[in-house]
Design a protein around this ligand. Structure first.
Ligand SMILES: [Zn+2]
Length: 433
């Protein structure tokens, strides 16, 4: 199988064998006039689905004869069988190939195409396993003697993608994902060295005045399920079209509702037309039209809309937070979007400083009074009320002592350095007469 052509040859040979065996059974009846071919194969992985017991017995025997003729051997011990009668598992029916027993799924679980199948026919156990995997992963990252920001990077680019796969293929409910998210948030806060009170709005909101490059596992799960649903809805396969598979995500969040909401939003947006929201010139951006989009483009639009809806919900929550939601009133402040490159070059406590100052989480006297640690909120310098804003930019005494001037001059120094380098480059580029 190592050579490029050999897998193709293998698949071609398998196709011939499968075609020859196909006639031993009728298409499996799935109800509602929907029939599925009895044989399904991916490389050497073959699945036989039949509606009748005798057909199910005949098919492996026929395959065995054909395989033997091709000098390939079946390994009944490695295969699994599953018998379902009236929606219930029947463990008494045992299938054989060449007088060797095939173990039932109820006896030995099997992994096929990256998915585990066991006797319960439910994914409850997989949900618990995924929570365990998340906990183990978080503790393993926590054990390394790395800087906090590197641990967050490991979480975002290694652990979360690893967790998203089981969350996508198994029917795991959204409450389980919320439990995983709570664990992830706890460790992220610890690694970023911010107080435990920092909400997930502060960590994941893309419309916040300070945007962090973090992704929320719950949002990725929602988008993954929505993409899966749209793909199944758009499927060209006749069986998928008739059966209309449902995706279970628990009672709290339903993927069908989320996708419908996104579609309605897109339709409304098309009716209202494009509105200007930023400082760019009129007509500088083009919007995609929902009615004219097709296939993958349509699916992508739905996913983007789901993310936007999630962000709007986060802003709504931020408005309700009197302390951490103060940024919702900063009309003139520009958004600061932190990138991973910037984070790499930051001193360890700077990210913590940024987050605490944006969300007013410093132990300023006003906050200490609010938290019940102190009784007097006055500033020791000017006797005004010492809030975070007061300390950082509006204490009169600090201004007269030249504390802000020093900071102001440092900013000017940076600007001057950049301008002088840029100037040096331009003089270098201008040709001399
Ligand atoms: Zn003061």
């Amino acid at each position: 199988m190592g050579f490029t052509i050999s897998p193709i040859l293998f698949v071609m040979a398998m196709e011939v064998i499968l075609k020859a065996a196909e006639d031993s059974a009728d298409p499996a009846n799935l109800g509602n006039g929907c029939c599925m071919p009895p044989l399904k194969a991916f490389m050497d992985d073959t699945t036989i689905i039949c509606s009748k017991e005798d057909e199910t017995r005949r098919m492996p025997e026929r395959l065995h004869v054909l395989m033997a003729w091709c000098r390939i051997k079946f390994k009944p011990k490695k295969s699994r069988s599953l018998s379902v009668r009236k929606g219930k598992i029947d463990a008494t029916t045992i299938f054989t190939v060449a007088s060797q027993q095939m173990p039932a799924v109820s006896q030995e679980p099997v992994k096929s195409l990256g998915r585990w199948y066991d006797s319960s026919m439910k994914d409850t156990k997989r949900g618990l396993e995924t929570v365990e995997l998340a906990t183990e992963g978080l503790l393993a990252i926590n054990r390394y003697g790395l800087q906090g920001k590197l641990k967050v990077w490991c979480l975002q680019f290694m652990l979360i993608p690893k967790l998203l796969w089981p969350l996508l293929i198994y029917e795991i409910c959204s409450t389980t994902v919320e439990a995983i998210k709570a664990k992830i948030n706890k460790f992220t806060r610890r690694w970023l060295e911010v107080p435990p009170g920092v909400t997930d709005v502060a960590m994941y909101c893309r419309k916040a005045k300070m945007r962090l490059p973090l992704k929320s596992i719950l949002e990725e799960y929602n988008c993954g399920k929505a993409r899966l649903l749209s793909m199944l809805e758009d499927s060209e396969d006749p069986v998928v079209k008739t059966v209309k598979p449902t995706i279970k995500t628990g009672r709290k969040w339903k993927v069908v509702e989320a996708v419908d909401e996104a579609k309605e939003c897109l339709k409304t947006k098309e009716v209202t037309g494009q509105t200007q929201t930023d400082r760019k010139g009129l007509g500088s951006s083009t919007a995609k039209r929902w009615s004219k989009a097709e296939g993958k483009e349509k699916r992508d639009m739905v996913i983007i809309e789901i993310r936007l809806n999630e962000d709007s919900r986060r802003v709504q929550r931020a408005v309700q937070q009197p302390q951490q939601g103060q940024w919702t009133n900063w009309d003139n402040a520009l958004q600061k979007s932190l990138t991973w490159t910037e984070i790499w070059h930051m001193a360890p406590l700077r990210i913590s400083f940024l987050i605490r100052s944006v969300y007013d989480l410093w132990p300023s006297n006003a906050n200490l009074v609010r938290w019940g640690k102190k009784e007097d909120p006055t500033c020791p310098l000017c006797q005004g009320r010492q809030t975070t804003e007061h300390v950082l930019s509006s204490c009169k005494i600090a201004l007269s002592q030249g504390r802000y001037t020093w900071r102001h001059n440092r900013v000017l120094q940076e600007l001057a350095a950049i301008i002088s380098t840029a100037k040096g480059e331009t003089t270098f580029l201008i040709p001399t007469r």
